[in-house]
Design a protein around this ligand. Sequence first.
Ligand code: 2PG
Ligand code: MG
Length: 418
Amino acid sequence: MSKILKIRARQVYDSRGNPTIEAEIYSKNLSASAICPSGASTGTYEAFEKRDNNNKKYLGKSVLRAVNLVNTKISKKLIGISIHDQTRIDTILINLDGTRQKISLGANAILAVSMAAKKLSAKIKKTPLYKTFLVKSNYKLPYPLMNIINGGAHANNELRVQEFMIRPDKAKSFSEAMRICFIIISNLRDILKKKGLSTSVGDEGGFAPMINSNEKALDLIVAAINKAGFKNGKDVSICLDVAANELLKKNKYSIHSKKYISVDQSIKKYEKIINKYKIKSIEDPFGENDWSAWSKMMKSIKNVQIVGDDLYVTNLERLKKGFLNISSNSILIKLNQIGTVSETLEVIKFAQIIGYKTIISHRSGDSEDTFIADLAVGTNSNQIKTGSLARSERVAKYNQLLRIEEELGKKAKMNKIH
Ligand code: 2PG
Ligand code: MG
């Protein structure tokens, strides 16, 4: 039996330059570490991220208390436990915390330990990480939902929608999917330059030009797809993350322009842009508590992937509620929304049983940690959303998927989108 010998945590920094937590676990002369990511447009029901709000030296953003909790309370409980018993490790962490939203230890402290344990177990078994999740054979590569224009809380332009993405639906391999995205992004860069718009990037690596309407962003993307020689809606689909929590005031939404309009009016406008731009996927079209708006959306709009992110926060109870309410047909999966690897896998399993697509996702504050690339393959998830082909914390996940594809060789198949 490989027992946990030592656990050490430290404060490191994420891609936005904010402090975050890294945990390192030791067993059998080996160690593995993991870094917790952090969101900007977070859902109310997400597990709690512990920060030292009163520590002025770090503008209230340090995670030193969480680090200390790992080095004391958590490590005391986990030393001596088998590194291969992930369920036991996660159950100990959940029970030690004892709150619904992981308020006492912090989901950031818990998740860093949970992921590091999973990585170390795979390392000791000399098994690639992706082979240690749910899938045991016939591994499939996810389609990238590649973010190419950033808006909302991820950029300081005036775009309402947070993420404009492309998905290379016709790609027959992951490397081909990446090539298609690369060409479209290069073309978009040229188009932006010619128009005198900025080619600097936002938090997730997508361009963040100073434009002020969703339709202008969509026009630019269609132009880039065409210029690259692909067909929008066939070879490549446009996908959005609206992050509508951020655009809600008194039951009205300012999704389509600065003006707040009703749910019914918002849906009509969604229909218009879906038809005009052949949009195939919309994440968080409405707020996290607006269950009736979500079911209206599902009733009115067919053949579009409707993705719950802030709505579900990778939480089984909320997913069950959404399923009964017919709220969506897909779920975004973020480990730090729930806080442990085991709970994340439970949610993925349930989502797949009820026929929902699972999309593994990064956070807008992320790191060099590539855990989610392996998680996507190891859970047979249809898609992965991990930013653009810019900023190494985003590209690192794509590069890991390219390595996995290479290792699988002829056996590497793309997942099914439809
Ligand atoms: C989202 C995510 C990731 P954040 O809303 O889907 O793109 O953003 O991490 O800021 O919540
Ligand atoms: Mg989202």
